[in-house]
Write a protein that binds this ligand. Structure first.
Ligand SMILES: [Zn+2]
Length: 412
């Protein structure tokens, strides 16, 4: 197979998934244009009919793309949609009108359904089912991408069920969710499942360098710090202040000597997590707001008409909920970073000879290793794990972090 076309470029570290989607897009093309290789002098041993039917089988009318936050579910869905609309030499050429309009989200045959509520309502789902019945205007595929399919309520999911089970000939559903378990079983069993992995830090770093976001070393440091969350890694790579702050914040609880310092460190940890969460959601929030304003016909600086305020309010509430989730994610990442420091400390104390995770904080790690015993380090690891559990169980973030920071103090 030739190298995948340019539309797949943003999907980093997902070679296996890209292969599946490229093959499916080629199969989809074979369904429309007829099998490839006709009259190209293919050797007689190549069973062309067999190859054509294998091609068509690689295509499915319903896909479920899953992966952890930041792994690129929507990016994969969009690239796949582009490859389906592509009329270039290889599906996903990035240059033909089909690719360009899909990547720019202006292709009339590709519908992106972003969540407008904490749930996708039954009404929205029914609307999609209705849309799914129409024929593609450009004569290729009608693609419906549901970006947060895990937010379909059960009724909504049931409404989609029949449409997914017996889709019109030229309709393709692409549902995106964090994990297959987020979808009801009946939907899951009718979709072809494609799981995205957490990409390797190096793969994310390579993307950032290609984008011109940072030099190679900074890109790798950012990718590691973001634990391969692409959006966060990008934000870190572009912003030296954000990187410096992250290092300070991670190091602060470790250096705590008194209760006062613990309270202060906890507070800063929370503030930084909030900033990170905002950096992650701000762009999408602004885009959604602009889109809503456009739909309502409101110009910049104009007041929103009374009857439209409900819509704006509900968007703002959704965004608030999403910020809360992003904050929880950012807090958990901070604690995982902190854990990584004490694991490094333990490796030195136990002389395991393994490579450090926190190369940029090697001094701090060495200092801690010299100042404490392995048993203390393990107790600290346990108290960070405990804090993670309490946060997941919806504990008050500030109180949980304070208690944790206090327990990290050196014992006298
Ligand atoms: Zn193309």
């Amino acid at each position: 197979m030739t190298a995948p076309g340019p539309v797949w470029g943003e999907l980093v570290g997902q070679e296996a998934a890209v292969r599946v989607l490229v093959e499916a897009a080629a199969g989809a093309r074979a369904l429309i244009d007829g099998p490839r290789g006709e009259g190209d002098g293919a050797p007689a041993t190549d069973d062309r009919n067999g190859a054509a039917s294998a091609d068509s089988r690689s295509m499915s009318h319903a896909w479920l793309i899953t992966g952890p936050p930041g792994s690129g579910r929507s990016v994969a869905a969009r690239a796949f949609a582009a490859a389906l609309q592509c009329t270039g030499p290889e599906p996903g050429c990035g240059r033909c009108p089909g690719c360009r309009t899909t990547m720019g989200r202006t292709n009339g045959d590709v519908r992106f359904v972003a969540t407008e509520g904490s749930i996708i309502t039954t009404q929205t789902a029914r609307g999609l089912v209705h849309q799914a019945q129409s024929a593609p205007s450009q004569g290729r595929w009608l693609v419906i991408v549901v970006e947060d399919a895990d937010r379909l309520n059960e009724q909504g999911a049931n409404a989609l069920l029949k449409a997914i089970e017996e889709p019109p000939e030229r309709t393709v559903w692409v549902l995106c969710a964090p994990s297959p378990e987020d979808m009801i079983q009946t939907i899951r069993s009718r979709c072809r499942h494609l799981g995205l992995r957490i990409p390797r830090a190096q793969a994310v770093a390579d993307l950032l360098v290609r984008e011109g976001a940072a030099d190679a070393a900074t890109a790798l440091e950012s990718a590691r710090a973001a634990q391969s969350h692409i959006g966060l890694a990008r934000a870190l790579a572009r912003d030296p202040q954000m990187r410096r702050r992250r290092r300070e914040i991670i190091a602060a609880p470790v250096r705590v000597r008194s209760v006062g310092e613990a309270v202060f460190a906890a507070d800063r940890l929370l503030e930084t997590a909030k900033e990170q969460a905002e950096a992650q959601t701000a762009e999408r929030d602004a885009r959604e707001r602009a889109e809503l304003m456009r739909q309502l016909g409101v110009e910049d600086g104009e007041a929103v008409a009374r009857q439209s305020r409900g819509l704006l309010r509900s968007l703002e509430e959704d965004q608030k909920r999403r910020q809360k989730r992003a904050l929880n994610d950012a807090l958990d990442r901070a604690l995982v970073d902190l854990l990584a420091i004490y694991r490094d400390v333990l490796m030195i104390q136990l002389s395991t000879g393994q490579e450090l995770v926190n190369t940029d904080l090697a001094d701090l790690v060495a200092e801690l290793a010299g100042d404490s015993r392995p048993r203390q380090t393990m107790e600290r690891i346990a108290s960070i794990e405990d804090a993670r559990r309490r946060l997941l169980a919806n504990g008050n973030p500030l109180l949980v972090l304070e208690a944790m920071a206090i327990s990290l103090r050196p014992q006298v």
